[in-house]
Design a protein around this ligand. Structure first.
Ligand code: ARG
Length: 460
């Protein structure tokens, strides 16, 4: 196959070196974007008179026909091509002959590749935004069902205060909502056109970059050709947003794993999202959640790998930059796999409200309510905290539950206690009392849900 840079060379490229050099095995997935970018470039070359209109038209028509053929699988990219750009150009040659050689006027693969990548990531951001939105919808649907379900809220993995299951689920809704915002921000910043930067210094042809930007839907033209061809900060930003998203999913996955254990027993996962053990017949393992947690490692790794690739390269383009693609693709593939998989795990899960309520019994998780009661009657909270601490110790020594105490006993700790206090000591009353904005009381959760739905209905 014809090389794009044969002229200067006499010897053949060593096979091993060609293998190292080639990016086609992975950048082939950019073929649509490559054609899209080339169509815009050729259109501009015609419009500015850099190429005669008929030639530009011939190139554009050729590219469109090729796009069709590739989409229908009637033609394949030549495997011996160095990269997707070379592959597309050589297929164009086969179709329209020598005029194909004019497409690369006023362009370099250096500005071409990063244009392709930006076009690709733009679509990816949209697709992922949609996936996240669907995940959030699932959380909202579950939360609507579980407003009145009470479970222990944890700090330090110790029972802290009773909360609503809906509240717990919605915590993830808001994390994912910021993930969606981050992708939106990332899309905004990457949607700027590098094409026209040439190899590094611009071009002597009278190109019209704004026209190309318009044709490709970019919001602006990158103002510095060196920056345009050599930075990949947009890719870092994407990988960073993806890593944060992965971190959120992984925390949720970890909770599913914990909750699915017999010790917790808060959730039972559906057969369709679990697997068995080849030796232990009783096992039903939460593999999906474990894989989400595990794969978050590679999301972090891809971010760190790209940052490391970039940190030492002088301006402008260097071949190191070719390393950006596999990292990006791996992150995209991973997210498009784990987002729906974890969503399905949640959708099919059976939450065990009876078990959540049972473990709240005698767990002292309403101790704060007791202290708040004294504070409302004028006692400084610190003092109230001290007294309730003593009450808890008393219960532990006697082997009784907090909610089993009678008023007479409570009065021996403080005369401020009276009979109303007993009603506060149930988990449900405790949950219902936290009515502050953003709190776990059913009414506060309802308000939160309404806001969540409103956010989902907004375009971003
Ligand atoms: N395959 C290359 C990449 O992914 C395309 C740009 C090559 N440019 C060059 N001058 N060799 O970065």
């Amino acid at each position: 196959m014809r090389k794009l840079w044969g002229g200067r060379f006499q010897g053949e490229t060593d096979a091993l070196i060609a293998q190292l050099n080639s990016s086609l095995p992975f950048d082939r997935r950019l073929w649509r974007q490559d054609i899209q970018g080339s169509i815009a470039h050729a259109t501009m070359l015609g419009a500015t008179g850099i190429l005669p209109q008929e030639e530009a038209m011939k190139i554009v028509e050729g590219l469109k026909a090729l796009e069709q053929e590739l989409a229908e699988g009637r033609v394949a990219l030549p495997e011996d091509a160095e990269d997707v750009h070379t592959a597309i150009e050589s297929l164009l040659y086969e179709r329209i002959g020598d005029v194909a050689g004019k497409l690369h006027t006023a362009r370099s693969r250096n500005d071409q590749v990063t244009t392709d990548l930006r076009l690709y990531l733009r679509d990816v951001c949209d697709r992922l935004t949609e996936e996240i939105r669907e995940f959030q919808q699932t959380l909202v649907a579950l939360a609507e069902r579980e407003i009145q379900t009470v479970l222990p809220g944890f700090t330090h993995l110790q029972h802290a205060q009773p909360i609503s299951l809906a509240h717990h689920l919605l915590a993830y809704f808001w994390m994912l909502d910021r993930d969606r915002e981050r992708l939106h921000d990332c899309r905004k910043r990457l949607n700027r056109l590098p094409l026209g930067a040439g190899a590094l210094a611009g071009t002597s042809f009278p190109i019209d970059r704004r026209r190309v930007a318009e044709l490709l839907g970019f919001d602006a033209v990158l103002p510095n050709s060196l920056d345009a061809v050599s930075d990949r900060d947009f890719a870092v930003e994407f990988l960073s947003a993806a890593a944060i998203l992965g971190m959120h999913l992984s925390r949720l996955a970890e909770e599913i794993i914990l909750w699915n254990s017999p010790e917790f027993g808060f959730v039972e996962l559906d057969d369709s999202v679990t697997t068995g053990s080849s030796i232990m017949p009783q096992k039903k393992n939460p593999d999906v959640a474990e894989l989400v947690r595990g794969k978050t490692g590679r999301l972090y790794g891809n971010l760190l790998a790209l940052l490391t690739v970039l940190k030492g390269i002088p301006l402008a383009y260097n071949k190191d930059l070719q390393e950006d693609k596999e990292l990006l693709f791996d992150t995209v593939d991973t997210l498009l796999l784990i987002l729906p998989a974890l969503r399905r795990t949640l959708q099919t899960a059976r939450f065990r409200a009876e078990r959540m309520e049972a473990v709240l019994e005698g767990d002292f998780s309403t101790a704060t309510d007791l202290a708040d009661y004294l504070a409302r009657r004028g006692m400084p909270f610190r003092e109230a905290h001290e007294i309730v601490g003593r009450i808890v110790r008393y219960c532990l020594e006697k082997g009784i539950k907090l909610e089993a105490l009678d008023v007479a006993t409570l009065k021996t700790f403080s005369p401020l206690f009276d009979s109303e206090v007993l009603a506060l000591l149930t988990p449900r009353a405790s949950m219902a009392s936290r009515t502050s904005e953003g709190g776990t009381a059913p009414d506060a959760v309802r308000a939160q849900l309404a806001y969540a739905k409103q956010k989902l209905a907004e375009p971003h």
